[in-house]
Design a binder for this molecule. Structure first.
Ligand code: IMP
Length: 182
C-alpha cells in the first residue's frame, strides 16, 4: 500500500513516514507548493488542498496535512492562520500576546486529508497542552513553546518523544485504520 504525501515541509514528511510505516503503509514525498484557500474552516482548507495536490502529483492517491495551534486566551488564535502567524510574529510574538495571562491553555489540531480522485476523507487528531513561559530548544514551528498535557517538557525538548502522542500521530493512526479497511 502506497500513498504520496504532498507538502513543502520535510519535517512533517519525516513524522508522517515514521508513523505510517508502522502500519505497513509506504509513503512517497512530493515536495510541492499547494494553494491554500482562505476559509475559517480547517476542514475546507484541507479538502481543497487534497484536491489540488491530487492533480499536482499526477493523479495518484495523495494525502496532505493541515495544522493549527489554538490558544484559549487568544480565542483560538492563531488557529487556521498558524502558518502566517508563525512567519510573521513567530513564537516570540505568541509569548508577547500572552504576557500577564494566567490562562496558557492551548491545543494543536492536525487534519489529514486523503483524495484518490473519487474518495475524499478527513482524519483529525488533537493534543491538548499549554504555552510555555519561554522559548525552549529543539523541534520546529511552535514546538519550542508548546507543552503537551502528557509531559512537563515542550514538544521541542521532547524531540523523538513528541511523535508518541502528537496531534499528527493521532490523525495518522485514524487515517491508517480507515485506509486499511477500504
Ligand atoms: P500548516 O498546516 O503547514 O499550515 O501548519 C500551520 C503552522 O503550524 C505552521 O507554521 C507550522 O510550523 C505549525 N505546525 C504545524 N505542526 C506543528 C508541529 O507539530 N509542531 C510545531 N509547529 C507545527
Amino acid at each position: 500500500m502506497a500513498v504520496t504525501f504532498a507538502s513543502t515541509n520535510q519535517n512533517k514528511y519525516r513524522e508522517v513516514q515514521s508513523i505510517l510505516s508502522t502500519h505497513g503503509i509506504s509513503v512517497d514525498f512530493a515536495q510541492v507548493e499547494l494553494i491554500e484557500i482562505q476559509s475559517d474552516s480547517l476542514e475546507e482548507i484541507a479538502k481543497e488542498k487534497a484536491k489540488s495536490a491530487f492533480a499536482k502529483v499526477g493523479r495518484r492517491p495523495v494525502i496532505v496535512e493541515d495544522d493549527g495551534l489554538y490558544v484559549d486566551a487568544l480565542k483560538g488564535f492563531p488557529g487556521q492562520y498558524s502558518s502566517h502567524a508563525f512567519n510573521t510574529i513567530g513564537n516570540e510574538g505568541i509569548l508577547k500576546l500572552l504576557v500577564g495571562s494566567k490562562d496558557r491553555l492551548a491545543h494543536f489540531r492536525s487534519l489529514i486529508a486523503f483524495f484518490d480522485g473519487r474518495t475524499l476523507s478527513i482524519s483529525e487528531g488533537r493534543v491538548a497542552g499549554r504555552i510555555s513561559d519561554r522559548i525552549t530548544e529543539g523541534g520546529w514551528g511552535y514546538d519550542p513553546i508548546f507543552i503537551p498535557d502528557y509531559a512537563d517538557l515542550t514538544f521541542g525538548q521532547l524531540r523523538e518523544g513528541k511523535s508518541k502522542y502528537s496531534h499528527r500521530r493521532k490523525a495518522l493512526e485514524k487515517f491508517a485504520q480507515w485506509y486499511q479497511k477500504r
